[in-house]
Each structure stands twice: as structure tokens, then as C-alpha cells.
Design a protein around this ligand. Structure first.
Ligand SMILES: Cc1ncc(COP(=O)(O)O)c(C=O)c1O
Length: 470
């Protein structure tokens, strides 16, 4: 067996560590297997329905689960909770403009608030929305607005074993084919995500966005960017793309955004806060329409669903998030876990992405057909083994085709071990790897699941399952 690598070795140095120290701790609770069996049955075998008290290491999501810095907590005390014109709003607007660069900015309560407004404003019923692989809430809002999402990501994104360095890239032939077939008027905009969550946290290259911009300019199309994890995307460009090794993450981020017409962000990820989001565009007329709708659905345009203190914490979080040392350690920790698992022959999506290690449910449980929810079952078995909570990213997350009512059958059937930012240590990653290994060793005895309750929208959050007995 190859000895596990250290983070220092991964970055070509003798030793390496997080660029922070811990000032406050929160106890974790270990439970017995009998306790977890009861808890999982009560939760309908859906890890979203577990109580967090019953979880040991929580890798459900990196959304809103990060640790704020002492500067951010100090900023919370500077909340200006005025209904209109809060000082913190102007601070946040400045931080977004400095680091992402768009002309007009609106705060939202979280990412899906921004997705709702953008979809409602920019999609006419019957239009197509091409994008580099779907994301659950993004596509749901595009469909609610009467649009049809079309996947134009490169084929390698659908292959968990492909080592392509930019698996989030748009396939320009696929996009051009759609434009030629349907005509540019039937395309609302290009919905681009950096990184691509559902593909395993995979990045888009600068070269790809440049060429995409030129293509869209030729057809008069706009590009809106899901910038939720765009800082992590910028790190991959620095690491992998010729000409960027000596540019800072902050510079790369700005350059990438300059090729797009606007962006939205779930600030609960890269933004290093527990709640919040934003939407920013360059077009003044569109901005006015969005700002007016914001009042209906989110709140006044100077808070948009966020408290003043939360806007202050986010302004500081954005500044911290683009520091090279921070991003390197964040992605280094994810990679550390991924490489431990690879060393043990456990099938994961490669290259290891930015925010999570994705276990490949198809290769983990080849005996389970996709409509028995192998990745959901795997998340359950991991929880039973150790109290570690993961999330399904396969057929349950993909939902149903709104026109035919059939399941979408995604090529990727994954279980996501999502690493919160600045929360867990390398020792926690070791414990996680050992538990995944023990579940892998017992893989032959795993049974599939049947869905017994299915809500209409975003079913993976609230669906309930039952094990299919042998
Ligand atoms: C890529 C991406 N876009 C959008 C969202 C939606 O953001 P929120 O959960 O803040 O509504 C998420 C959240 O998981 C995400 O990962």
C-alpha cells in the first residue's frame, strides 16, 4: 500500500499547515450504532432529515457551515440595522465591486433568492438556458420561469475517471449547435458555474471563458456566472493554466468575471458566512428591474434579506476568501482526504475538486441499479458506520423531467463528502477516510432503497426512503 501523502508533500514543501489557529471550539458527539440506526430510520434514510445533534462529523454541505474569523465576529458588532441605507450595505457593495467587479449590486438572502430574480427577469417562457451542467436550485428556478436547461458541459465532466484539468468547461460545439438549431432569440442567456458543483467541484479555464465570450458576442448572448465557488475556480486556474502561476487568486477572479455580464453568489460557500448572497450585473436597465423585484421577494435593496451585521461579516469574508494562503489550505484539505481515499483504491471523482470529495456510487455499489438510489444508500451506510453525514448527488438530486415526469438519470451517481471551510482538522479527515474504507470493505452486503415520499420540488431535501430487503 502506498503510504498516505501529507499536505506538505502535495504542495512540494516539507511541511504545511492552515494559515490560522483555533480560538473557540464546539464539542462533537459520538453516538452508538444502535442510536444511529434509530435516527436514520426516523429520518427516512435521508441525511437531510437527520438532526445535527445525531451527527458526528458533518460533511453534508459546505453551505453556511464554515467558521468565521475573529475579524468577522468583530464585524458582527458593527451591524447598522437601519431599514434603509445601512452602512454595512455600502461596505459589502464595495467588497463585491473590488473583487468581482460588476457595476450594479444587490444583496439577497442566499443564492436561490438571486437565482429566482435573475430567472424571472431574463427568461421568457419557451426559451433555453444552456449551462455547464445543471445545479438543483438554479435549474429549478429556470424551469419555474418557463425555461428549459440544456447541458453544454464537455463530455469529460460526466466521466468520474477523466483527468481533464478543467472538467467544468463549456463544449463550444454543443453550444453553437444549440444556437444554430434554435436561433439566438430562443436562448435566454448562458448560465455558467465556476466551479461546477454537480461534476465534483470542477473548474472552468480562463481560455474557455475567453472563447465562450467571443462566441456569445457573435450571437448577442449574455453570460451570467454562478460565482458561488468562483474563488476556488480561480485557484485551479492559478495552479493548472499556463501563464497564471504568478497571478494572485484575487487577480484571476477579477479577470474571469470581466468576461461575464453579471453574477450571483451563494455567499454561504466561498464568502465564509453562515447566511447571505448577492446578485450583480453590468446592465443598468436590467439592474433597475431586478432592484424593483427585490423589494417584492427579498427586502429593500440595501439589505435584500440580510441583517446589517451579516452584510458586514460577508464584506470581511470576501476579503479573506481571496487570500491565496486561505484558498490553498482549503483546497489542500479536500485534496488530502481525496488522496487518502485514492491510496486505498476507493472510487472517487478525479481530479479531486474544490469543495468536496465525491464517492462514485456506481463503482462503489455496482450491484445496485440507479433507480435503487445507490449514492443515497451509501450516504446512509456511512452514517451508520461512524455518524459521518454526507449527501447524495445522483438520481435523487436530479429529480424528474417536468415534461415527461420520468426520473432524470444522471451519468454521475455520487455521494458528496463536503468539507466546511476552516472547521475540521486533518485528524477528522483521517477518521472520515477510515470510515469510508470500512463501508467500502462491506460493500457487497449493501442493499438499495425505494423512495416512499417524494415532494414536488427539489425532492432530495425532503424525500423519504426505505431499504429494499434482500
Ligand atoms: C453552485 C451553487 N449555486 C447555487 C446554490 C444555491 O445557493 P443557496 O443554497 O444559498 O440558496 C448553491 C448551494 O448549494 C450552489 O452550490
Amino acid at each position: 500500500m502506498t503510504p498516505p501523502r501529507t499536505m506538505g508533500q502535495q504542495f512540494g514543501r516539507k511541511s504545511w499547515a492552515e494559515p490560522w489557529k483555533i480560538k473557540m471550539v464546539e464539542p462533537l458527539r459520538l453516538t452508538t450504532r444502535a442510536h444511529r440506526e434509530r435516527a436514520l430510520a426516523m429520518a427516512g434514510f435521508n441525511t437531510f432529515l437527520l438532526r445535527s445533534e445525531d451527527v458526528y462529523i458533518d460533511l453534508l454541505t459546505d453551505s453556511g457551515t464554515g467558521a468565521m474569523s475573529d475579524r468577522q465576529w468583530a464585524g458582527m458588532m458593527l451591524g447598522d440595522e437601519a431599514y434603509a441605507g445601512s452602512r454595512n450595505y455600502y461596505r459589502l457593495e464595495e467588497a463585491v465591486r473590488t473583487h468581482y467587479g460588476y457595476r450594479h449590486f444587490l444583496p439577497t438572502h442566499q443564492g436561490r433568492g438571486a437565482e429566482h430574480l435573475l430567472s424571472r427577469t431574463c427568461i421568457e417562457p419557451g426559451q433555453y438556458v444552456p449551462g455547464n451542467m445543471y445545479f438543483t436550485t438554479t435549474r429549478a428556478h429556470q424551469e419555474l420561469a418557463g425555461g428549459t436547461f440544456v447541458d453544454v458541459v464537455i463530455d469529460q465532466a460526466h466521466d468520474p475517471t477523466s483527468l481533464h484539468p478543467f472538467k467544468g468547461n463549456v463544449d463550444l460545439d454543443k453550444l453553437e449547435g444549440l444556437i444554430r438549431r434554435e436561433g439566438p432569440d430562443r436562448i435566454a442567456y448562458v448560465s455558467l458555474a465556476g466551479t461546477v458543483n454537480m461534476a465534483g467541484g470542477q473548474p472552468v479555464s480562463m481560455e474557455n471563458i475567453r472563447v465562450l465570450r467571443a462566441l456569445c458576442d457573435r450571437h448577442g448572448l449574455r453570460i451570467y456566472l454562478d460565482a458561488t465557488r468562483m474563488v476556488e475556480n480561480a485557484f485551479f486556474i492559478q495552479e493548472r493554466e499556463p501563464g497564471y502561476a504568478h497571478r494572485s487568486v484575487a487577480e484571476i477572479l477579477r479577470e474571469f468575471c470581466e468576461h461575464t455580464d453579471g453574477a450571483w453568489m451563494s455567499a454561504k460557500k466561498d464568502g465564509l458566512v453562515n447566511i447571505g448572497g448577492w446578485l450583480a450585473v453590468n446592465d443598468g436597465e436590467l439592474f433597475e428591474e431586478l432592484r424593483n423585484l427585490l423589494v417584492l421577494f427579498e427586502g429593500l435593496h440595501t439589505y435584500g434579506g440580510m441583517a446589517g451585521r451579516d452584510m458586514e461579516a460577508l464584506a470581511i469574508g470576501i476579503e479573506e476568501s481571496v487570500e491565496d494562503a486561505h484558498v490553498r489550505s482549503r483546497i489542500g484539505q479536500v485534496r488530502y482526504l481525496g488522496e487518502l481515499l485514492q491510496d486505498w483504491g476507493i472510487p472517487i471523482v478525479v481530479p479531486v475538486g474544490g469543495h468536496a470529495v465525491f464517492l462514485d456510487g456506481r463503482r462503489f455499489y455496482p450491484h445496485l441499479p440507479q433507480d435503487q438510489f445507490p449514492a443515497q444508500a451509501l450516504a446512509g451506510h456511512l452514517y451508520l458506520d461512524s455518524g459521518i453525514r454526507a449527501m447524495e448527488r445522483g438520481i435523487a438530486s436530479a429529480g424528474r423531467d417536468p415534461r415527461t415526469g420520468d426520473h432524470h438519470y444522471p451519468s454521475l451517481e455520487l455521494t458528496r463528502l463536503t468539507i466546511p471551510r476552516r472547521v475540521y482538522t486533518q485528524a477528522h479527515m483521517d477518521v472520515v477516510a477510515e470510515s469510508v474504507k470500512s463501508v467500502y470493505d462491506a460493500r457487497q452486503s449493501a442493499c438499495g432503497l425505494r423512495m416512499v415520499y417524494e415532494p414536488r420540488y427539489l425532492r432530495f431535501f425532503q424525500a423519504r426512503f426505505e431499504p429494499i430487503a434482500d
